[in-house]
Design a protein around this ligand. Structure first.
Ligand SMILES: [Zn+2]
Length: 121
């Protein structure tokens, strides 16, 4: 028998969307409001690396939290939130996109070779 397996990450997002959607959304908005906008349109957190957020017993990078909550995506462990701007401190939802680990690696190679095309953001 086949069934769809939801990993702990997906289950957590589903539980949040079901019972804590409002709290999650306001947390995401306040994280964005606390960030500062750069001249490339990024919204960066005042941290050295990617800012972490803790919500309902789970910790994750703020950009992953914000992207998934705002787009109602129940991301699995294998789903990564990619930065189209290649700035890991950026939490601007418009600069974030869901993808696979393979695509994320490909992004890194492409940014290294060609830089970021800000017109695409
Ligand atoms: Zn950005």
């Amino acid at each position: 028998m086949e069934f769809e397996y939801a990993d702990a990450s997906q289950q957590w997002f589903e539980a949040v969307f079901k019972d804590h959607q409002e709290g999650a959304r306001s947390r995401a908005s306040s994280l964005i409001l606390e960030g500062s906008k750069t001249n490339t349109g990024c919204i960066v957190t005042p941290t050295q690396g990617a800012r972490k957020v803790r919500f309902m017993g789970r910790q994750m990078p703020a950009y992953r939290f914000i992207f998934c909550i705002q787009n109602q995506v129940s991301a699995s462990y294998d789903d990564v939130v990619r930065h189209r701007c290649n700035n890991r401190r950026c939490i601007n939802p418009d600069h974030l996109e869901l993808g696979s680990r393979g695509e994320n690696l490909q992004d890194e190679r492409e940014f290294a070779a060609n830089g970021v095309d800000y017109d695409l953001l």
